[in-house]
Design a protein around this ligand. Structure first.
Ligand code: NAD
Ligand code: UFG
Length: 338
């Protein structure tokens, strides 16, 4: 594939790992990121790991002039669209910021792509679009019922992209629904660097292990699951971004719209995660069971069959590997990118 991939949100957690995977697969990248939740240090480290630092354009996906300049100055053949806000609780408090950033931002990006004749897009969607599923595992044809403004932004952008693709058969779109991305590059040089109190389980556990927080709060142990704690499908970020590279190559090879779950197909409870992290880190993870978190569901894991069929992709890294790599990142970089 000649030309570069524009990676929006490329300085962030998943985006930085995707940049590395793209460059290693021979696809040059240009990053557009406003750095509202990331550091340019992530891209410098990507450069150290692969010998080619991604070009960073500091700008906003809602800035049409900035997008037009990028498409005019670079030979962009495809876009991987990670940029957006992602905190479920925050989206309930400031919904307009979420709709503006995630939906208006995506519309502005699409309009600029259309003007520049760029037809290929891989979009970061989320298993949150399924809401509380009637059964597990979850396949792509399950009904969509997101329970938060954040989830609704993802569903809306999926619908917009479906209509955009349908309007012109030359357009190619992959909607990738991630389950719970965790872990870090095995070098320990790039990883997840949440600002303030982590919302998600794995970074919280990692901060307890490194001594930054004194204990984990387990949000409920009275769910109808084997040990009573919430069950999720944690997927190693390296598996996730390998799925992205394959999805990109797939849409470029054959036009159309694909909707694909990216998960392992395995459910892991909060207490399974605590035990696995203790084994990987050699540290104790003290925890206290507290009330359920509003909006949480009992159990959620993927049917990853479509990804296997369409992309010949399966997540291969174990829970142990996720914890080992997360611990290496956390212990080598106790203050994140600093
Ligand atoms: P992240 O916050 O680390 O990365 C997002 C990046 O986008 C950041 O670098 C941020 O600075 C940038 N950004 C945000 N708004 C922007 C804007 N208007 N213009 C330009 N840049 C902007 O998050 P992440 O975990 O890497 O998630 C990436 C994508 O994957 C997001 O769209 C998120 O909703 C989606 N996703 C994440 C998860 C998860 O658990 N991490 C799960 C499902 C889906
Ligand atoms: N949990 C705790 N204590 C914590 C944090 C989480 O017990 O401090 C529990 C939760 O109750 C849940 C499990 O750990 O049972 C996982 O919680 P996360 O917050 O890590 O993940 P969620 O499944 O709630 O949500 C994440 C992202 C969403 C995304 C969804 C599906 O935050 O944006 O995965 O991809 F939509």
């Amino acid at each position: 594939m000649a030309g570069s991939v524009l990676v929006t949100g490329g300085a962030g957690y998943i985006g930085s790992h995707a940049c590395l995977a793209l460059i290693e697969a021979g696809h040059p990248v240009v990053v557009l990121d406003n750095l509202c939740n990331s550091s340019p240090e992530s891209l410098q480290r990507v450069g150290q790991l692969c010998g080619e630092e991604p070009l960073l354009v500091r700008g906003d996906i809602r800035d049409r002039a900035c997008l037009d300049r990028i498409f005019a100055e670079h030979d962009i053949v495809a876009v991987m669209h990670f940029a957006g806000l992602k905190a479920v609780g925050e989206s309930v408090e400031i919904p307009l910021e979420y709709y503006d950033n995630n939906v208006t931002g995506s519309l502005t990006l699409l309009a600029a792509m259309q003007a520049a004749g760029v037809n290929n897009l891989v979009f970061s969607s989320s298993a949150t679009v399924y809401g509380d599923p009637a059964t597990v595992p979850i396949s792509e044809d399950f009904p969509l019922a997101p329970a938060s403004p954040y989830g609704r932004t993802k569903m809306m952008v999926e619908q917009i992209l479906t209509d955009w693709q349908c309007a012109d058969g030359a357009r190619n779109v992959a909607l990738l629904r991630y389950f719970n991305p965790v872990g870090a590059h095995p070098s320990g040089r790039i990883g997840e660097d949440p600002r303030g109190m982590p919302n998600n389980l794995m970074p919280f556990v990692a901060q307890v292990a490194v001594g930054k927080r004194d204990r984990l709060f387990v949000f409920g142990d009275d769910y109808p699951t084997a040990d009573g704690t919430g069950v999720r499908d944690y997927i190693h970020v390296m598996d996730l971004v390998e799925g992205h590279v394959l999805a990109l190559q797939d849409i470029i090879a054959g036009p159309g719209l694909r909707v694909i779950n990216l998960g392992t197909g395995r459910g892991v409870s909060v207490l399974d995660m605590v035990r696995a992290f203790e084994a990987a880190s050699g540290r104790q993870i003290p925890y206290e069971v507290v009330q359920r978190r509003a909006g949480d569901i009992a159990a959620c894991w993927a049917d990853p069959g479509r990804a296997a069929q369409l992309l010949a992709w399966r997540a291969s890294r174990s829970l142990e590997q996720m914890c080992i790599d997360s611990w290496r990142w956390q212990s080598d970089n106790p203050r994140g990118y600093g």
